[in-house]
Design a protein around this ligand. Structure first.
Ligand code: SRM
Ligand code: SF4
Length: 527
């Protein structure tokens, strides 16, 4: 008996029951009906859970105004798609915004349920889908944002990422084979040298490696963050060539996880828990059997041997005379006019293409040398700078309390205010990567940051106030490893001084002339 039927016959957690009653994908047949009856009349389980199979997220913080999470494989977008998204959110006025996510993806805000059928037509016409982007499905598949542009790239992974997404989602139409996993699932395919997509925090990561002189991928498995436990991915001891084997192996691992992953306790349901239960040898053997052929042992080393780049600024491409221009989008927030402008700039100066990064920024590729000076004078580049100040430059933030009901603190606004203030007070020899996350779910990846801030509630002067736990030591790029919690329960009001001290003591920050150094030092335990 596999785990799906085991769970069905024994202790079902609430979500397994819900899925057993009706597969989430089936709500697509109800959309026209929902649009007619209005969100208030929609069955509770459909409204708050099953709609997420289509990427439609009911937001208890803004009832009736939904979030729509797309899939943007590899973070690649066209100007046509950008304009389509602008058209969709424009009509919602102040409520209509979008966020670039930490999986180089987009989430639209302010969406009304009655508009969904029409929005889905527009998305389909633009070659976009939101299917299987939430709940127990595979999330947006990430790849280097400069794939096909970077002279030092090893493998252009764009086609592979698209093929894996098509396999999982039935070419974007929805695929019931993979719509009932035990839990969410993340896949990354890195073809560059700088581990630009945090391979180590994915359930499956393909990382470039030579085996007997042939370029392919070593495979890592089981990386994840959750409130209960965070783990970096571990080697599967497998290597695949850079061809459809990547799709076949992804399928095999997903099948093993789908049929055997733990389904009783949702806090212990991610892939790593299955690997723990079985041991890596058995897990590998089961994957091998699903794959239908022996797995080639991993190459001795992988080729991720660079520090991570942030891609902000102007960089020459491998195509002579062309450049990619990375724009800094503060905490990833975009409005309809930004999408229109990005579409225009991509068409006027580039080839109509845009790329998103896991740092929540945008890249305009394929800009000829002689067009650069004019592009750099465009008004949008005053808002989305190619040369932001060091702390703003490396700032990442999850959604936080503005829209997310899990949030213990407001994040995006606070992150910007604080970074601007500290940039004004301090000079820094290099950017310091500060990641904000509103709760222990870690969507803002505080464990990969130089300084990670995780929302919590703390007591100050007899009152409960917003605060953070502080993580440090996250290393990205080559030899990536996760940061650890070094301080706990810091009230947000105290953060300016605490961060200033950390920046001075650990990152060579200097007070600008006339500025004062904070009075006392802050004690942190670093691994
Ligand atoms: Fe996340 C749940 C937002 C990346 C771990 N995440 C949520 C929900 C859906 C909760 C909810 O229903 O409100 C958040 C939606 C809030 C909203 O309105 O925007 C949410 N997660 C996000 C995004 C938008 C953060 C961002 O601002 O960029 C990211 C969307 C990525 C995407 O395009 O699909 C996002 N979430 C992540 C990441 C980072 C990553 O993938 O690199 C993680 C940690 C990595 C991982 O999953 O292993 C992450 N999100 C979680 C978890 C904890 C998962 C677990 O195993 O316990 C939850 C809670 C859950 O699934 O029960 C969660
Ligand atoms: Fe919401 Fe918490 Fe994820 Fe932030 S980390 S988006 S607050 S679930």
């Amino acid at each position: 008996m596999d785990r799906t039927s085991e769970a069905a016959s024994t202790k079902l957690n609430k979500f397994e029951k819900l899925k057993a009653e009706k597969d989430g994908l089936l709500v697509r047949h109800d959309l026209a009906h929902f649009a007619k009856i209005g969100w208030e009349a929609v069955d509770e389980a459909d409204l708050t859970h099953r709609l997420k199979w289509l990427g439609i997220f009911f937001r208890p913080v803004t009832p009736g105004k939904f979030m729509l999470r797309l899939r943007l494989p590899h973070g690649v977008m066209t100007s046509y798609q950008s304009r389509t998204l602008a058209n969709i959110i424009q009509r919602y006025g102040e409520d209509g915004s979008a966020d670039i996510t930490t999986r180089q993806n987009l989430q639209l805000r302010g969406i009304l349920l009655e508009d969904i059928p029409d929005i889905f037509h527009q998305l389909e016409a633009a070659g976009l889908t939101s299917v299987q982007s939430g709940m127990d499905n595979v999330r947006n598949i990430t790849g280097s944002p400069v794939s096909g542009l970077d002279a030092d790239e090893l493998i252009d992974t764009r086609e592979l990422v698209q093929k894996v997404q098509d396999m999982i989602t039935g070419n974007g139409q929805g695929n019931p084979e993979f719509s009932n996993l035990p839990r969410k699932f993340n896949i990354a395919i890195e073809g560059g040298r700088d581990n630009s997509i945090h391979a180590e925090i994915n359930d499956i990561a393909f990382v470039p490696a030579f085996k007997d002189g042939v370029l392919g991928f070593n495979v890592l498995v089981g990386g994840f963050f959750s409130a209960r436990r965070c783990e970096a991915a571990i080697p599967l001891n497998a290597w695949v060539p850079a061809d459809d084997s990547v799709v076949a192996l992804s399928r095999a691992i997903l099948e093993v996880y789908r049929d055997n992953g733990p389904r009783v306790n949702r806090q212990k349901a991610r892939l790593m828990w299955l690997i723990d239960e079985w041991g890596l040898d058995r897990f590998r053997a089961e994957v091998e059997s699903a794959y239908g052929q022996p797995l080639t042992p991993a190459a001795e080393k992988d080729e991720m041997d660079w520090d991570k780049r942030d891609h902000i600024g102007v960089y020459a491409q491998k195509q002579a005379g062309l450049n990619y221009v990375g724009l800094h989008v503060p905490v990833g927030r975009l409005w309809a006019e930004d999408f229109y402008e990005l579409a225009r700039l991509a068409e006027v100066y580039g080839n109509g293409e845009l790329r998103l990064t896991v740092e929540q920024n945008v890249i305009i590729p394929n800009v000829p040398d002689d067009r650069l000076p004019v592009l750099l004078e465009e008004p949008l580049l005053q808002k989305f700078s190619t040369d932001p100040s060091p702390l703003m430059r490396a700032l990442v933030s999850c959604t936080g309390a503005q829209f997310c009901n899990f949030a213990l603190v407001e994040t995006k606004q606070r992150a910007q205010v604080l970074a601007k203030a500290l940039d004004a007070e301090l000079t820094l020899p290099q950017p310091v990567r500060i990641h904000w996350t509103g709760c222990p779910n870690s969507c803002g990846q505080p464990q990969v940051a130089d300084i990670g801030l995780m929302g919590t509630k703390v007591r100050k002067d007899g009152k409960t106030v917003e605060g953070v736990d502080i993580f440090m030591g996250g290393k990205v790029g080559k030899d990536a490893h996760l940061g650890e919690k070094v301080m706990q329960g810091i009230p947000c009001d105290d953060l300016p001084d605490v961060l200033k001290t950390l920046l001075i003591e650990h990152f060579q920050a200097q007070p600008r002339s006339g500025g004062e150094a904070p009075g006392s030092s802050v004690s942190v335990t670093m691994e």
